[in-house]
Structures are given as C-alpha cells and as structure tokens.
Design a protein. Structure first.
Length: 250
C-alpha cells in the first residue's frame, strides 16, 4: 500500500514564516483618515483610522468637515508624509493643517475646493521658522490657501516653503498664497518669509495680511524663477514687500 509522505511541520510552515518576517520588516504604505470629531494633534494615533500616526510613505486624508477644523502637525510627528490630501466640500468652512514643525511631503500637495477652503499654515504661533518641503511642488487652486504665518521671534526669521537643498515650486491657479500678520515680539526692521523655489501665478492672489503688524517691512522673498501672467498681489499695509531674488524673473 502506497503511503503519502508527510511533510514535517517545520518544512511546511517555513515559507509562511519567511513571508511574515519579510512583511514585518517592510515599510508598508497605506492610507489613514482623520477620525477625530474636530480639532486635534497629528501625533495622536487615536485621531486616525486606522489608529496609526501617518508617516513616511503613508497617505493622510482629512475629509470634509461641517465646522472649521485645525489639525496641528506637532513636534511628536515624524516630519515626513507620503501624501497629504484635504477634501473639503462644505461651503464657508475651512479645513486646516497647521505645521508646528518641519514637514517633507514625498508627493505633490494640491489645495483647492469646490466649496469651502483647504488650508495649510506654516507656523501659526511658533517662535522659530519652519519649512514645508515638497520636491513635487505645491498647487494652489480655487479654494486652496498656503499661509506663511506670523514671524514671532526676535530675529525676524520667517517661515519657508522648501529649503535651499530641496526647492519647492509653487503654482497659483486660482488659490491664495498668504503672508500673514506679525503677531510676535519682532517689532523693528524687516521680517521675511521665503519661497525656496519657483513661483508661477496665472490666477489667484498673493496677499500680505499685516493688519496686526507694525510699521516695519514684512517681506516675501522668492528665490527661484517667477512667472506671473495673471491674478493679483494685494497688501493690507503699505510696508509689505515682495522681493524677487532670482535673475530669471518675468
């Protein structure tokens, strides 16, 4: 009588064990959606579904909210996210990510809403400068706002889109690039926010909101190529200054 040979448990389970070990060591990419009822901090795992803080390679999504919401990208976050997606569809509501530390996005950031506002603020209350870096650029469509926020330190150092080693191109096509008012203790001289990369605008607004500031200069420095063919540049105080620091501006 022929007897079918029996595989030893160690041999039959070895491939599965090897696969599990490989998966455990891999940096798997997956999507997480904001799950908190309202405002909250990014680094709180329970604010996300699934309950893991988004980091490198992950997609973090903030879906529509029926009341103004601010998600604070705090010091406990990793500093890198694959994709940031804000999907606001309710009118007259602002859906905000407020950066309180440097953030590098591995994919392009697009802000724009058919109704309401999708907004990223770089450093709303901080005492030191922060950077938002996206090597694939930032697109500001209608309903989208990128705010380089208040310079609150004594040195006048501002907040930056991109860095000298990782440029971030900004394209304004109906949205708003907002240079916000100075609310801190810097009261004299020139305080600058910086775009380290190119800037193009076909439609939309570059706005200097310095109502709460002093009579000193509040500047936006553009360190890459500039191409403005449409839209508007507005200021709430005559001391606002837009500086083109590239030799290839149009």
């Amino acid at each position: 009588m022929f007897m079918k040979p029996r595989l030893s448990p160690s041999r039959s389970t070895r491939p599965a064990l090897v696969l599990l070990a490989a998966l455990a060591g891999a940096n798997l990419s997956f999507a997480q959606t904001w799950n908190a009822a309202g405002n909250g901090t990014w680094s709180t795992a329970g604010n996300w579904n699934p309950a893991t803080v988004p980091g490198t390679g992950n997609t973090a999504t903030l879906n529509d909210t029926s009341s103004n919401r601010t998600v604070t990208y705090d010091s406990g976050a990793s500093g890198t996210v694959g994709t940031l997606s804000i999907n606001q569809t309710t009118a007259n509501i602002t859906n905000t990510v407020d950066l309180q530390r440097n953030l590098t996005l591995q994919n392009a950031l697009t802000l724009g809403a058919s109704a309401g506002t999708e907004q990223v603020i770089v450093g709303s209350t901080a005492s030191t400068g922060f950077q938002l870096t996206s090597s694939n650029g930032v697109a500001l469509n209608s309903g989208g706002v990128l705010a380089l926020s208040a310079t609150t330190n004594t040195l006048g150092n501002g907040f930056q889109a991109g860095s000298t080693s990782a440029n971030t191109a900004i394209t304004i096509a109906g949205g708003t690039l907002l240079v916000q008012a100075t609310t801190g203790n810097f009261t004299t001289g020139a305080a600058s926010n910086t775009v380290n990369g190119s800037l193009s605008m076909t439609d939309g607004i570059i706005r200097f909101d310095n109502v709460a500031g002093t009579a000193s200069d509040r500047r936006l420095d553009i360190r890459g190529n500039v191409n403005i063919s449409g839209g508007a540049i507005t200021a709430d105080r005559s001391t606002a200054l837009l500086q083109f620091l590239s030799s290839a501006n149009t």
